[in-house]
Every structure is written in structure tokens, then in C-alpha cells.
Design a binder for this molecule. Structure first.
Ligand code: BDR
Ligand code: CA
Length: 310
């Protein structure tokens, strides 16, 4: 039986590749996409999500959730993802309608109506929608099978500030709720995503698929690589969010440690820092499988094979 997942997302070119990977994989049943404000405002992330579903030739329902973090003003990342959030090849205006229900209500209803332990949540953006659902309906928390998310950093420290990764920084109070929820967590921090760098060969392989999906993935990669290659001086760019879906498909590609991770919400200087007890120097209870390593070639082999199916 395929594993049931809900992808909570702020597309974002790397979110888009993650969504396509999930939609291409029969081991996963994507119940829905829930859009959140993050890389760009919500009106764009929900629209981008619908365009991505259509590009994959699917009809997966898309819900729109929170347009701002729980307690803060939204911080966006057009400087990385472009003004639409999905700059690259232009996609047709989506025909797939946006679901009328609010994404947070949808999360609550779906978790309540499925047997406990059968739904995995895959957040690829700020954790606002999931935290809002946990605050509104704490009874759903023990019903979540697992949360596999992209966010945080330990050795890489930060990308949006010197101390914090974007998804956690945008809504640190939401992240704190998730990390303290008691739900089994798997975290894909920058420490692993920065080992999953694109290469020219892979981008050309995508283009050579000769499909709309291959063209889109190649054009998105061309677009967002420019920011990371200029910043880090690397040959390619990290494909962050697809690590979440690849982990669900092939966990043996990844290595990590089950450790305690706390979120900084008080300090201006280190706001949104994921304080990860990688070296186990505290007696704080482990609350997350914090991933640090990836078989990079295996990861790109999986992506090529699956994206080629769409
Ligand atoms: C994360 O931030 C976003 O820009 C990407 O989509 C990814 O989810 C990386 O820090
Ligand atoms: Ca994202």
C-alpha cells in the first residue's frame, strides 16, 4: 500500500522538483498539497503549486493556508527564487481550481478522518500551516505518523541570516511547536542539502528528457543555480526540498543522528537557529532524526529515473 503523505509547500523551484518526484512515485499517495507563504506570498505559492500539479498531468487537490507567520511579518526570498517564486520557463495559467477549504482546516479534518499513524506530513517551507493546525486541534498531533521536513542547519549554520536557515527563520514560533510536539521528526538541514548539489550533466540530462517536465526542471535549475553558485562559489546549487521525498523513497541514501534540536525564538541575532545537539553534550531528550549525509549520486539517479516517468 502506498504511503499517504501531505506536502506543505511554498514553491519555489526546489519545492517544485520535490512535488514532481512525489507525484512520479507509486510508493507515495499524495493526498494533497497545502500551500503556505514563504519564498513568495501565498497568492503565488498556491498558484505555483497548481501549475506544478498540472505540469505532472495530475489532479492532486491544492489548498491555501496561512498568508503570514504565526506572530511575525512574512520574510520572502525573491532574491533566490525570482519574483514569481518559480521563475524559469513560463508555465500556462493553472486550470486546476484552488480548493475552497482552508489548508489548516483540511489538515485537521484529514488527520481526524484517517486512522492514527497513517499520514506523513512533508513540510517544505515555513511551518506555519502545520503549527496552526496543531494549535487549533491538539488531538491531531498523536495521529501524525511522522513529519519529514526541510529546514535548519547545524554545521552550515544559516542561509537567510548568518545563524538561521530560511524555513525555520521565517516562522520560528511555528518551528518550535513542531519540534516540541512529540511527533517523530526527520529533519533535512542545510548540512545535507548542501551535499546534494546539482551538476551541469544532470541539468542537461533533464533537458534531454525532451518532456515538459524535463524542460521545466532544467530551466528552474538554471535560474536558481545562479544565486547559489555566486554565493558559495560552487559548481552547482543545493536541491533542498527533494531530499525530503527522496528520504521517503530511499532512506538508505541518507545518514544522520537521533538528537535533540531546539529552536531559538528569543534572540534577534540568532533568531530561528536550530540548536542541534549533534555531539550529545546535553541531557536533553532526542526529538529529531537530524540528517547529515547523502549518497549524492544515488539521489540524482533516483531523481532522473522518477522525473523521466512524468
Ligand atoms: C529552503 O528555503 C527555500 O528557499 C527553499 O525552497 C527551501 O525549502 C532552503 O533554505
Ligand atoms: Ca521550500
Amino acid at each position: 500500500m502506498p504511503r499517504k503523505i501531505i506536502i506543505d509547500t511554498d514553491p519555489g523551484q526546489d519545492d517544485a522538483v520535490a512535488i514532481l518526484l512525489a507525484l512520479a512515485s507509486p510508493e507515495l499517495e499524495v493526498l494533497s498539497l497545502t500551500a503556505v507563504a514563504g519564498n513568495v506570498p501565498l497568492v503565488l505559492t498556491e498558484r505555483n503549486a497548481r501549475q506544478i500539479v498540472e505540469l505532472a498531468g495530475k489532479t492532486t487537490p491544492v489548498y491555501a493556508g496561512r498568508s503570514a507567520p504565526l506572530q511575525r511579518k512574512l520574510v520572502t526570498a525573491e532574491h533566490v527564487h525570482g519574483k514569481t517564486g518559480l521563475d524559469g520557463i513560463p508555465l500556462p495559467a493553472p486550470r486546476l481550481p484552488l480548493q475552497p477549504q482552508d489548508a489548516v482546516d483540511h489538515l485537521v479534518d484529514t488527520l481526524r478522518s484517517h486512522p492514527p499513524g497513517t499520514i506523513t506530513l512533508c513540510p517544505l517551507g515555513p511551518l506555519t500551516n502545520i503549527a496552526a493546525a496543531f494549535l487549533a486541534a491538539p488531538d491531531i498531533i498523536p495521529r501524525v505518523a511522522e513529519i519529514v521536513l526541510m529546514g535548519g542547519a547545524y554545521f552550515e549554520v544559516g542561509n537567510i541570516t548568518p545563524a538561521a536557515e530560511f524555513n525555520i527563520y521565517v516562522d520560528p514560533e511555528a518551528a518550535q511547536i513542531i519540534f516540541r510536539s512529540g511527533v517523530p521528526l526527520v529533519v533535512m538541514p542545510l548540512d545535507v542539502t548542501h551535499k546534494a548539489l546539482t551538476s551541469r550533466d544532470w541539468v542537461e540530462e533533464m533537458r534531454a528528457l525532451g518532456t515538459p517536465v524535463g524542460q521545466a526542471v532544467a530551466s528552474w535549475t538554471d535560474f536558481f543555480e545562479r544565486y547559489d553558485t555566486a554565493k558559495y562559489g560552487s559548481a552547482g546549487a543545493p536541491l533542498h526540498d527533494p531530499c525530503v521525498i527522496a528520504y521517503l523513497l530511499e532512506p538508505s541514501l541518507f545518514t544522520g543522528r537521533h538528537i535533540n534540536v531546539e529552536i531559538e525564538t528569543g534572540s534577534d541575532l540568532t533568531l530561528g537557529m536550530t540548536v542541534a545537539d549533534w555531539w550529545r553534550v546535553t541531557d536533553r531528550e532526542p526529538n529529531a532524526m537530524f540528517i547529515g549525509g547523502v549518497d549524492r549520486n544515488g539521489f540524482y539517479r533516483l531523481l532522473t529515473e522518477r522525473l523521466g516517468r512524468l
